[in-house]
Design a protein around this ligand. Structure first.
Ligand code: NAI
Length: 300
């Protein structure tokens, strides 16, 4: 049977049921990670079409996991049954924690969080998976900001160990403690960061990725930059990594780093036209590489 590894909490009730708003690349990954550890998960999508795409995404993730762990059909079904996907906020009423992973737009996030807060129990924790927006500003639409924090998973969720727990100005210690325990129960490693641009990881990672983008602009070879950084010891080259993240997501992060990253405007200048042409990486099969063939081909 599947049970959460640790339900002990320092304060408050343990998280047993998770709500996820937005079941795209990140939301589906978060739902799968929680189901594997025994949580019940409600995913809320925007409409029926998005919900069925989300279900297919979750099925693929669970099938891959099942193959890897050699699960039988019964175990796979048990796992799949832990997650329901729908379009109503009311499904979130028994969630102990609700994570939003919708599009990276402050207005949309504030409005879905306010709706979720109305549907949720008074003790529920709300969290955002934003990678570039201010957690403190987002809390402006909430009546219980002490129960709200950032919970920043990385892509792909099933492979990435680290999760940033982001403390907004009004986030309570109890909320941080519950989220830290939750991340540990998912088998991942939490770090608590301040609500400053890029939090910790992107603030350090983006100048590195930005330099790779600048080198491409100077005419250096995409394939050579990636190969050489892999030889240095990086698991993936910087341009390949950008394609995985999505150049649209990268553009949002770059825009948020103005206060802390030098020359970020040059990076934005390269990424903006690519994002406008929907040349955003793996998601659109074209980014720094082209993914239409068997092997990714670096763009000329
Ligand atoms: P995505 O575009 O794959 O998924 C977004 C999902 O939200 C879609 O399925 C869409 O139908 C749904 N959605 C949009 N508006 C909605 C609404 N009002 N109610 C319910 N669902 C709604 O985007 P992705 O990549 O999963 O990113 C989601 C969030 O996670 C963003 O805030 C992004 O910045 C953040 N993030 C993304 C990472 C990445 O590498 N892609 C890494 C870490 C965080």
């Amino acid at each position: 049977t599947w049970t959460p590894h640790s339900l002990e909490m320092i304060h408050g009730d343990p998280i047993r049921t998770l709500g996820v708003i937005g079941g795209g690349a990140m939301g589906a990954g978060i739902a799968q990670a929680a189901a594997i550890r025994g949580y019940g998960v409600h995913v809320k999508e925007v409409d029926a079409d998005a919900a069925s795409q989300c279900s297919a995404r979750i099925d693929r993730l669970i099938d891959d996991y099942g193959r890897h762990k050699k699960l039988d059909a019964d175990q796979l079904r048990q796992l799949r049954d832990r997650i329901d996907v729908g379009t109503d906020f009311s499904a979130l009423e028994d969630a102990d924690c609700i994570v939003e992973a919708v599009v990276e737009r402050m207005g949309v996030k504030q409005s879905v969080l306010a709706e979720a807060e109305k549907a949720a129990s008074k003790s529920a924790i709300l969290a955002t998976n934003t990678s570039s927006l201010s957690v403190t500003e987002m809390a402006g639409s909430l009546s219980r900001p002490a129960h709200f924090a950032g919970l920043h998973f990385f892509n792909p969720v099933h492979r990435m160990e680290l999760v940033e727990v982001v403390r907004g100005d009004e986030t309570s210690d109890a909320t941080i403690a519950q989220l830290v325990s939750f991340v540990r129960a998912l088998g991942k490693t939490p770090i608590v960061t301040t609500d400053s641009p890029g939090f910790l990881v992107n603030r350090i990672l983006f100048p590195y990725l930005g330099e790779a983008i600048m080198m491409v602009r100077e005419g250096q070879s995409i394939a050579a930059i990636d190969r050489e950084m892999r030889e240095f010891g990086m698991p993936m080259g910087p341009l390949q990594l950008l394609d995985h993240v999505g150049l649209d997501v990268a553009l949002h992060v770059a825009r948020s780093l103005g206060a802390v990253m030098r020359d970020v405007d040059d990076v934005i200048e390269v990424l903006s036209p690519l994002a406008r042409r929907n040349q955003i990486g793996l998601k659109s099969k074209r980014g720094f590489y082209d993914y239409h063939g068997k092997k990714p081909q670096p763009r000329e």
